[in-house]
Write a protein that binds this ligand. Structure first.
Ligand code: NDP
Length: 266
């Protein structure tokens, strides 16, 4: 499928790992120029060096920046404009989930989680909006979670924050429709990434006999995923790229479920 992304400029937050890295690689393979940000300088350099080696320095910009830092997002947008002259696509992907239930979620944790989920979208969106307004077939895609519509008590704060993000995405879509900027999200179930790798490593430390296949298989079974496995980052990236591209030109204010059938509602 031709996503018609050649020479478009795409911005990916959290582009150095998991879903964001898969999106970065797919965008570059489809001919887009990509600007990515993340906090870990060493990992950012390694990813950018690899992308430059495969696609050339003209097409890649990496910036060490925290999406929760408004000033850093403004600098990131300035850097993108200076290098590429503008931006057509913003992928609000950076973040992580938090496992905690009501009893062990302190008030400060609630505040922190809500801050991360909302401002990881608000700061980049505010910073890049002037560029997107001038962009071609502009689109924003947010990496959200199935938790937004299927809350889990063991991820209580993340679930509530994700539901708020779903609402925010709809409002942004309505607000920006007149500017010809589409806004959509993907609802991720469980996708293999650094987040799950860290949890597997913790389980391995507790029990050195737990193999990767056994741990991930048990996880998929415990979550009753109909397709019987976690998703691959590349599978999430395909849905994100569709929503980011002119291939979805009449789609805004909605979601694609990327959960292997885990959603229980119709
Ligand atoms: P990874 O941990 O593999 O990747 C996260 C990326 O985001 C990294 O590049 C990380 O780099 C970056 N990042 C994290 N926090 C910040 C920050 N404050 N500012 C800038 N960059 C940041 O995670 P996933 O690929 O799994 O997650 C991607 C998104 O998908 C997240 O929003 C996550 O919550 C969501 N999601 C994932 C699910 C899954 O099962 N994988 C399920 C539901 C939702 P660095 O640490 O260097 O900053």
């Amino acid at each position: 499928m031709d996503y018609r992304l050649a020479n478009r400029v795409a911005v990916v937050t959290g582009g150095t790992s998991g879903i964001g890295l898969a999106v970065t690689n797919l965008l570059l393979a489809e001919g887009a120029n990509v600007a990515l940000c993340a906090r870990d300088a060493a990992r950012l350099k390694a990813v950018v060096d690899d992308c430059v080696a495969r696609h050339g320095a003209d097409r890649v910009l990496g910036m060490e920046a925290d999406v929760r830092d408004k000033a850093a997002m403004a600098l990131f947008a300035q850097g993108v404009e200076a290098k590429f002259g503008g931006a057509d696509i913003l992928i609000n992907n950076a973040g992580q989930g938090r496992m905690s239930n009501f009893a062990d979620t302190a008030d400060e944790v609630w505040t922190d989680e809500l801050d991360l989920k909302f401002f990881s979208i608000i700061h980049p969106t505010r910073a890049f909006l002037p560029l997107l307004e001038r962009g071609r077939d502009a689109a924003i895609v947010c990496t959200n979670a199935l938790l937004a519509v299927r809350p889990e008590a063991y991820m209580i704060a993340t679930s509530a924050a994700r539901a708020g993000v779903l609402n925010l995405v709809k409002s942004l879509a309505n607000d920006f429709a007149g500017k010809n900027i589409r806004v959509n999200s993907v609802l991720i179930g469980l996708v293999e990434s650094n987040q799950w790798e860290r949890r597997y490593q913790a389980a391995l430390a507790a029990d050195p006999k737990v193999t990767r296949d056994a741990w991930f298989g048990a996880l998929a079974r415990s979550r009753h995923i109909p397709l019987g496995r976690l998703g691959k980052p590349e599978e999430a990236a395909q849905a994100i790229i569709f929503l980011a591209s002119p291939a979805s030109s009449y789609v805004t204010g909605t979601t694609i479920d990327v959960s292997g059938g885990q959603a229980s509602h119709v």
